[in-house]
Design a protein around this ligand. Sequence first.
Ligand SMILES: *[C@@H]1O[C@H](CO)[C@@H](O)[C@H](O)[C@H]1NC(C)=O
Ligand SMILES: *[C@@H]1O[C@H](CO)[C@@H](O)[C@H](O)[C@H]1NC(C)=O
Ligand SMILES: *[C@@H]1O[C@H](CO)[C@@H](O)[C@H](O)[C@H]1NC(C)=O
Ligand SMILES: *[C@@H]1O[C@H](CO)[C@@H](O)[C@H](O)[C@H]1NC(C)=O
Ligand SMILES: *[C@@H]1O[C@H](CO)[C@@H](O)[C@H](O)[C@H]1NC(C)=O
Ligand SMILES: *[C@@H]1O[C@H](CO)[C@@H](O)[C@H](O)[C@H]1NC(C)=O
Ligand SMILES: *[C@@H]1O[C@H](CO)[C@@H](O)[C@H](O)[C@H]1NC(C)=O
Length: 496
Amino acid sequence: MATSAIPLTLVLILCFFFFFSFTQSTPQLLGKYANKPRNLSSSSYKYETRYFTQRLDHFSFHEYGSFSQRYLINTRNWVAKGPIFMYCGNEGDIEWFATNSGFLWELAPRFGAMLLFPEHRYYGESMPYGSKEEAYKNNTTLAFLTAEQAIADYAVLLKELKHNLSAEGCPVVLFGGSYGGMLAAWMRLKYPHLTIGAVASSAPILQFEDIVPPETFYNIVSNDFRRESTTCFNKIKESWGALQSMGENADGLMQLAKTFHICGELKSSDDLSDWLSSAYSYLAMVNYPYPSDFLMPLPGHPIKEVCKRIDSAADGTSVLDRIFHGVSVYYNYTGAVDCFKMDDDPHGMSGWQWQACTEMVMPMTSDPDKSMFPSFKFNYTYEQERCMRSYGVKPRGRWITTEFGGRDFKTTWKNSGSNIIFANGLLDPWSGGSVLQNVSETLIALNTEEGAHHLDLRASTANDPEWLIQQRTSEIRLIEVWINDYNQGRGSALSM
Ligand SMILES: *[C@@H]1O[C@H](CO)[C@@H](O)[C@H](O)[C@H]1NC(C)=O
Ligand SMILES: *[C@@H]1O[C@H](CO)[C@@H](O)[C@H](O)[C@H]1NC(C)=O
Ligand SMILES: *[C@@H]1O[C@H](CO)[C@@H](O)[C@H](O)[C@H]1NC(C)=O
Ligand SMILES: *[C@@H]1O[C@H](CO)[C@@H](O)[C@H](O)[C@H]1NC(C)=O
Ligand SMILES: *[C@@H]1O[C@H](CO)[C@@H](O)[C@H](O)[C@H]1NC(C)=O
Ligand SMILES: *[C@@H]1O[C@H](CO)[C@@H](O)[C@H](O)[C@H]1NC(C)=O
Ligand SMILES: *[C@@H]1O[C@H](CO)[C@@H](O)[C@H](O)[C@H]1NC(C)=O
C-alpha cells in the first residue's frame, strides 16, 4: 500500500457489513511523505550542514558504537548571548523540515537567534551502521531507533555545541511539528535544565492508550468533509460498500482499475480502499486556506475542492466515478499523473513502521455512527502478532505514558512542566490527540478553528488569514516572555 500514502502501516483487519473483511491502515503522521525525495536546491534558506558523532546507545555503558548525526545550522542573525532555536527533527530528511518551517527563519532576525536543525537518527543521512540498508536490517540494528534516544541525541548535541561556542548561557527554545512537536514537548518535560520552552505544533502526545477516545482521528477527518457538504460525506460513506462488492471478482477488479486509472492490475479492493482513505486523512491534515505543496501540490481549501467534484458530477454519475473525480484533486492536481500506483514500495520498511511497532502505539477506531470510514476497531492482540511477524518485536503499548506521562496530564504536567505551547488547528485530525486546553499559566494551548497540520510553523504568506497571524503573534509573545524571564533570572543570579 505504499502509494496509499501510509506505507505498510498498521493494517487492521476489520469487519465490515458483517460478512466482508476490510483492511484499514492507521495514519502515521507524515507517513511516506517524510521519505519523499525533494528538490531543495531552489531553497532560499541558507544553512551550513555539519556532522556530529553520536553514541548509538545513550542508556547503557556497553559499547555499541557511534554514528554520524547531521545537523543544519544558521548563525547569521545570532547576536551575543542570543537564543538558540532548535527544531527537533522528526521522521524524515531534516532539510525538508528546515525548509518547511519558515516561521523559525522569520523569527531568527527578530530574536537575534541561532537556528539549529538536528536530524532524527535513522532518517535522512543520520544512519547508524553506515547505511540505511544496514541500519534497517533487523530488530537488532533497529533497536536504537526510539524517541528517547533521539531526544538524548539532541541534548548531547546542544550541550557540546554550546560548549564549543562558549554559549553555555544562551537560552534554548525548542520547536517541532507533528512527531517533531511531540519530541519538543517531551524534551522540554525531560530536559528542563537545557531548555527554556517549547513550541509543540500539532503534536498528538495524548494519542496513546485510551487517554483520548480512539475514534477521534477519523471523526475529525469525517467532520472536515461533512462541514463542506453532507452529500459529499454520504457519497464517501456509500463508496466503501460499492468498492467492496465490485472487488469480489476478477471482472469487478478490472473495472475498478479502469475507473480509478490504476497502473497495472488491482490485486484487491482493499488496496484501493487504503489508497482512498489515506487521501482523505492527508487532505484533512493539509486542508490549508491557501494553495500549498507540503505533501502534494494542492489548491487552497482542498477538501472543499474534493467535495465540489464529488457533488457536481452530472446526475446519474456512479458513486465510484464521483469518488475518482474527487480524489484526483489530491493525487493529480497538477494533471501530470498518467496512472495511479497503489503500491510503489510495498516492501520498503519505513522507520515509522518500526516506531509504530515498538513505542508509538496509537490506537485508532472508526465509529460507524460518526465517521465516513468503514467501521473498525483497534485490536492490540492483532497488532502484537503483526509486529512480531513483520519485525520480530512486540509493541509496548504502555511505555510512552510510563516514560513521558500523558494520563492525568492536567495535574501531573501542571506540577512538573512549564513553558510549552501546544498549537493546534482544529481541522487537523491529529489535534484530537493533542493538548487543547490551558493546563497552567505556562502550559498554553493555542487553537485555531480553521487551522490544519502545523500551519503556524510554515512561512508567512500574503494570504495568511487573521486567525493565523494571531496564533503566530501569541506564540511570539510567549517566547519573548520566556526569554525575558530567563535573562532576568540570570541577571539576578549573576549580580548575587
Ligand atoms: C531543482 O530545482 C532547480 C531550481 O528550481 C532546477 O534548476 C533543477 O533542475 C532542479 N533539479 C531537479 C533534479 O529537478
Ligand atoms: C541482524 O543483523 C546483524 C548484522 O548483519 C547480525 O549480526 C545480527 O545477528 C542480526 N540479528 C538478528 C536478530 O537477526
Ligand atoms: C565540538 O568541537 C570538537 C572539537 O573541535 C568537534 O570534534 C565536535 O564535533 C564539536 N561538536 C559539535 C556539536 O559541533
Ligand atoms: C490527471 O489529470 C490529467 C488532466 O486532467 C488527465 O489527463 C489524466 O488522465 C489524469 N491522470 C489520472 C491518473 O487520472
Ligand atoms: C483480535 O485479534 C486476535 C488475533 O488476530 C483475534 O484472535 C481476536 O479475535 C481479535 N479480536 C477481536 C475483538 O476482533
Ligand atoms: C528479533 O527477531 C527474531 C526473529 O526474526 C526473534 O527471534 C528475536 O527474538 C527478535 N529479537 C528481539 C530483541 O526482539
Ligand atoms: C490559553 O491562554 C491564553 C492566554 O495565555 C489564551 O490566549 C488562549 O486562548 C487560552 N487557550 C485556550 C484553549 O483557552
